[in-house]
Design a protein around this ligand. Structure first.
Ligand code: ATP
Ligand code: MG
Length: 190
């Protein structure tokens, strides 16, 4: 069975840290593909202006370029909500031959219990938890899966937005096409 890592997030913007996390999971043969799932309704980020869904999808498409084991899934566009359990269930119904495995960064572990359908989520799925610099975590006892360790890439979307607002370079943090799109669309300026 093909194992697909489902990597959800706001991706505002996506960056090399996201790409690294996906590639580490692939390299360690934990999964066969990674599908990036941009959140249509990033409810955890209510106090922040979010870039349009379409633009975040375009940035993700630039990030994954033509790498064959990576793709962008717009599954949440039709769902109209960002609830990981619902997203995984929908993917499972649409692609019955694939096994879907949620991927999250270690920083999300602390708040996992606040996610909708948490009990169903952790009883049905095994998580791939990617370590993040400064975010060393163990798997909580009730969550099954593994913590995927790597050298880690210390990049965050928040930092990219701040740098952009201050006119600082982000060329080492995102692919050229993403940087160009941010510049052309004047994202993160205010
Ligand atoms: P923000 O700073 O706005 O929260 P972010 O960089 O954390 O942005 P998100 O869109 O919030 O990016 O995260 C999507 C997913 O990617 C989450 O599971 C997050 O933990 C993970 N992630 C983000 N950056 C990294 C990184 N550098 N290494 C590993 N995982 C990451
Ligand atoms: Mg984040």
């Amino acid at each position: 069975m093909t194992r697909v890592g489902v990597f959800g997030g706001t991706f505002d913007p996506c960056h090399f840290g996201h790409l690294h996390a996906a590639q580490v999971c692939l390299e360690q043969r934990l999964i066969d593909q990674v599908w990036f799932v941009p959140a249509v309704d990033p409810w955890q980020k209510q106090n922040q202006q979010i870039t349009s869904y379409a633009t975040r999808v375009r940035m993700l498409q630039s990030l994954i370029a033509s790498k064959s084991s990576l793709r962008v899934s717009e599954v949440e566009k039709d769902l109209g909500k960002s609830e990981t359990f619902a997203t995984l269930s929908t993917l499972g119904a649409q692609w019955p031959r694939y096994e879907f495995v949620p991927i999250i960064g270690a920083d999300l572990l602390d708040g996992l219990h606040t996610w909708r359908d948490y009990e169903k989520l952790i009883s049905k799925y095994r998580f791939l938890v990617v370590s993040r610099p400064g975010q060393e975590r163990m798997l909580p006892v009730d969550v099954s899966g593994i913590v995927v360790t790597s050298v880690g890439v210390d990049i965050s979307s928040s930092d990219i937005r701040t740098r952009t607002r201050h006119g600082e370079s982000i060329s080492q943090l995102v692919p050229h096409d993403v940087a160009q799109l941010i510049e052309k669309e004047l994202l993160y300026r205010n």
